[in-house]
Design a binder for this molecule. Structure first.
Ligand code: IMP
Length: 430
């Protein structure tokens, strides 16, 4: 029995889809534990491309069960669309293959309306959310007025919750944001219908996972977003509203902390960020554009161009500490092929000449941080066919070795292309 958590070490979009897909081979269950359809995990399986927003990547394998834990915020419309889309492509998504926590919070139309209205009202100070209602849904969870998946199956309770919530949200939407009001009766009808369709999938995920662990099975916990979008530890307020750090696998799926065995930290060979917020190693020049084009750095959820920059070891080291990362999975190393020089940020310099080796909480202070770079030789060799670490060009090994040293964690694997096979495995995970 082993429980492995996969988390993003940067600001999301580290290529978790491919790595989770690879590691899925050794497990019985794959579990999402936080976030919602703000995530977008891209996988290339058998030459076919799949983008999943809510359903764990394990759904593509007939002998695995996919779990959506209580810590996820679920938009039922999106979930059902994703199910239908997979079915139309020949993937089996029956109730026994996709399990949905009865305790997960439901994203309602007023969450999406408020997310969009707030961002619009903020103008230039907007967070750049995905507009999927994630923040407002987690707010209602904390305010104890949220709708849970189990509520979709109780018409009277759902009616009372929707009426009370819509009354309050309509006040904000119309009086404060000058947006149209929502109709509670229409929402009720729509969400009861969603509940009827989802009912066969609804379960106590914590209990089912416990059963699998007791039977000696392996589980993989698939984190969404990245460490620096964590609401507690990220670049607040330019963060998402959940905890993408590994610890939240326990609260977000109902699994005890003592059952986790290892944490794999995903690190893209350079850095990207979508939306607003600080990004010390951002490149606003031709190299940044080159990385965006070559790496295909456009959001898989919103299509927005991602901001690009050099790899930041301060950011990765922070993630290693926060999640107790035991191994690094490097992605998109092949994208760097062709650069003459590659820079790696090893610390930050403040205007008074002092250096910082960890991210400060204050964004004012972070904005003053200038990256301290070490420079590495680039390489021109095509990496995509390489399968053994020792066959990588010397320059790659020097770059990765230094990153591992600065981050304080060993390498588990290196991805050199989007296909499953384009991977160098250094260590077994299961
Ligand atoms: P929200 O999660 O939609 O509220 O967005 C908050 C911030 O997190 C914005 O900057 C988003 O661009 C960012 N974000 C949310 N989900 C992802 C993701 O899966 N990858 C990268 N950035 C994300």
């Amino acid at each position: 029995m082993a429980c492995v958590v996969v988390v993003g070490s940067q600001w999301g979009d580290e290529g978790k889809g491919k790595v989770v897909d690879l590691l899925t081979e050794g497990v019985s269950g794959i579990v999402r534990f936080q976030g919602g359809n703000n995530a977008g995990h891209t996988l290339v399986v058998g030459g076919e491309k799949f983008i999943l927003h809510l359903i764990p990547s394990g759904i593509l394998y007939a002998d695995k069960t996919s779990y959506i834990g209580n810590g996820v915020v679920v938009d039922p419309e999106v979930l059902l669309m994703e199910i239908d889309r997979l079915i139309s492509r020949g993937v089996e998504v029956g109730p026994q293959r996709l399990r949905l926590s009865e305790r997960a919070q439901v994203i309602m139309p007023y969450h999406k309306a408020l997310d969009l209205a707030r961002e619009k009202a903020k103008g230039g100070a907007a967070i750049g959310t995905t507009g999927r209602g994630i923040g407002p849904c987690y707010e209602d969870k904390a305010a104890r007025v949220g709708v849970r998946v189990c509520d979709l199956l109780e018409p009277e309770l759902l009616k009372a919750k929707i009426e009370a919530n819509v009354k309050e949200k309509n006040f904000w939407l119309t009086s404060y944001y000058q947006e149209p009001a929502l109709d509670p009766a229409a929402i009720l009808e729509q969400y009861l219908a969603y509940g009827r369709r989802l009912a066969p999938h609804v379960t106590d995920v914590s209990l089912e996972l416990d059963g699998l662990l007791k039977a000696g099975k392996n589980l993989l916990f698939e984190g969404a977003q990245g460490t620096h979008l964590d609401i507690d530890h990220g670049t607040y307020p330019y963060v998402t509203s959940s905890n993408p750090v590994a610890g939240s696998a326990c609260t977000g799926a109902g699994v005890g902390v003592t059952r986790l065995n290892s944490v794999q930290g995903l690190v893209k060979a350079y850095t990207t960020r979508v939306g607003g917020g600080p990004f010390p190693t951002e490149l606003l020049d031709a190299t940044g554009e080159w990385l965006r084009d070559k790496g295909g750095e456009f959001g898989s959820t919103t299509g927005r161009p991602r901001r690009c920059g050099w790899l930041d070891a301060v950011v990765v080291r922070h993630a290693v500490r926060l999640s107790g990362i035991t191994g690094l999975c490097i992605t998109k190393l092949d994208v760097l092929t062709g650069l003459d020089k590659i820079k790696l940020c090893v610390a930050y310099r403040l205007p008074d000449g002092s250096t910082l080796e960890a991210l400060p909480a204050s964004l004012t202070r972070l904005a003053q941080c200038q990256p301290v770079y070490e420079e590495f030789a680039g390489w021109r060799d095509d990496l995509t066919g390489i399968r053994r670490y020792e066959d990588l060009p010397q320059a790659c090994r020097v770059y990765l070795g230094r990153l591992s040293e600065l981050a304080g964690a060993p390498l588990t694997l290196v991805s050199v292309g989007p296909e499953r096979e384009s991977t160098i495995m250094l260590k077994k995970v299961f």
